[in-house]
Design a protein around this ligand. Sequence first.
Ligand code: SF4
Length: 380
Amino acid sequence: MQEFKESMKALQAAALHPGKTVRLSMRETGREAIGCFPIYTPDEIVYAAGYLPVGMWGGKTQIRLADKYLQGFCCSIMRANMEFGLQGTYDFLKAVIIPAFCDTLKCICENWKVAVPQIPAIPMVYPQNRKLETGFRYLIAELKRVKKEIEGIKGAEISEAELEKAFRIYEEYRAVMRDFVKASAVHPLTVSPVARHLIIKAGFFMDKAKYTALVRGIVEGLQALPEEKCRGVKAVATGLIGEPAELPEIFGENGICIAADDFAQESRQFRVKGREEGSVWEKMAYRTVDQEGCTFLFDEEKPKGRMLIRMTEETGAKAVIVCMMKFCDPEEFDFPVIKEELEAARIPILCLEIDQQMDSFEQIRTRVQSFVEMLNEDVI
Ligand code: SF4
């Protein structure tokens, strides 16, 4: 088998066993780990300090202890994170960074301090008006405060040179990931929806330099293959996350090819290229300023719907699939706006409510199957 296919298999396995992958990465690099809550965290600072940034995007578990701190109507990602914290699963972490993007994250930040005191919490607040000069300067001040807190944990300063080096490594990772999603879109038979999702997800648990090298190999392997034709329906997928893994598996079973995605856990992490100009702090802050169409970053113009329409046009996709995280207010508030715009553009939409703890996927399977059948028969 071609070497890149081995890498694809290895990364999928890595994503399915995050605990094992993180422990291996820590052993291989000699780095201790810092947890990074969704949606955006300045991982470059963590990396520059010599720690392994670990993505904390929840997971499957029995919620028993977290109910004491988070209401049942909080999203399943945060309930899982709190549960893992209380169970001691995260005790190997030196700290966690919690950005306050929504009410649940604000809540968890305060609760974490009392419920999981053994793991220090570093809160981070992103400015509402990130495009104003004041918002931009505030964001830089926040990034510098996070750096100070990490230095406190490390007991040593992080130099500007270390930060610049880490930023370069992350920019390289982001560039390779942009190539990966493009290459996957034209090789939908080799890269199934579930393979695409797991390969991207593995990056949250591995050293970025090693991970980037593996994904680069996959991209080169894909680019050497002739382009493949989607045998079913090409779709753009959006939402916070496109998991549990059963979800993209169902997409694949029904012939859906992911032409592009707007998942917070996937392309939103790397679609913005850093600017060339400015100090490393400004470059880091500009990446947030330049992020468009993200539910979690305020934008009066609400460009997300138009962005999704553009993505479908550019990729030749036939539909948009919205993976709606249950109880995620920011995503839910955006939905009526994007729905109206997509309908006006005559783009079929499938909205699936998802929860990380769901056990049965039959309802989703039926809805996906019916949607594909209707698209194939031009009923919608
Ligand atoms: S409510 Fe949404 S934005 Fe907030 S933590 Fe949950 S998934 Fe993230």
